[in-house]
Design a protein around this ligand. Structure first.
Ligand SMILES: [Cu+2]
Length: 152
């Protein structure tokens, strides 16, 4: 009897209803964001400019890098100019390949940012945004990742 009383109390509790509405909105948002995966492959092969640098312009948005499959030559300096395309969501780019002389870990701000490095080893290296949506869905798993391919 007491249990039943409690139950009806919670059922009519305004605060609980309020929480339920918030939960519903969150679920709808999550479903929406989950389906918003941009899995398109955008390739780019860098050319060496007159200064001997391979310049790449890369856009970063919700939730992608474009291009996301970049080919560069080994032992030639690389400059990646990062342009943020998202209004509100903060992003970053991470590429840890010490064996290839690459160690990128930078947030992507409103102002374009230039990353400079020289790859010293051929191979395929994964770069990602390691930020999360609501603390648990990785931008990476929503499509915010790419490959840097270093060739001879
Ligand atoms: Cu991100």
């Amino acid at each position: 009897m007491i249990l039943l009383k409690y139950f009806s109390y919670f059922k009519n509790n305004f605060f609980l209803n309020y929480l339920r509405s918030i939960a519903m909105v969150l679920i709808i948002l999550l479903v929406f964001l989950e389906n918003n995966v941009s899995g398109q492959k955008k390739t780019f092969t860098a050319k060496i400019n007159k200064d001997g640098v391979q310049v790449i312009e890369m856009k970063a948005g919700d939730y992608y890098f474009s291009p996301n499959f970049i080919t560069v030559k080994v032992n030639v300096p690389v400059e990646i100019k990062l342009i943020r395309k998202s209004e509100f969501t903060p992003h970053n780019i991470m590429l840890k390949a010490p064996e290839a002389g690459i160690n990128i870990s930078t947030s992507i701000m409103r102002e374009p940012k230039v990353i400079k490095f020289t790859p010293v080893k051929t191979g395929k290296y994964l770069f990602i945004c390691d930020r999360k949506v609501f603390f648990f869905i990785k931008h990476k798993s929503k499509g915010m990742q790419g490959i840097l391919k270093v060739i001879e």
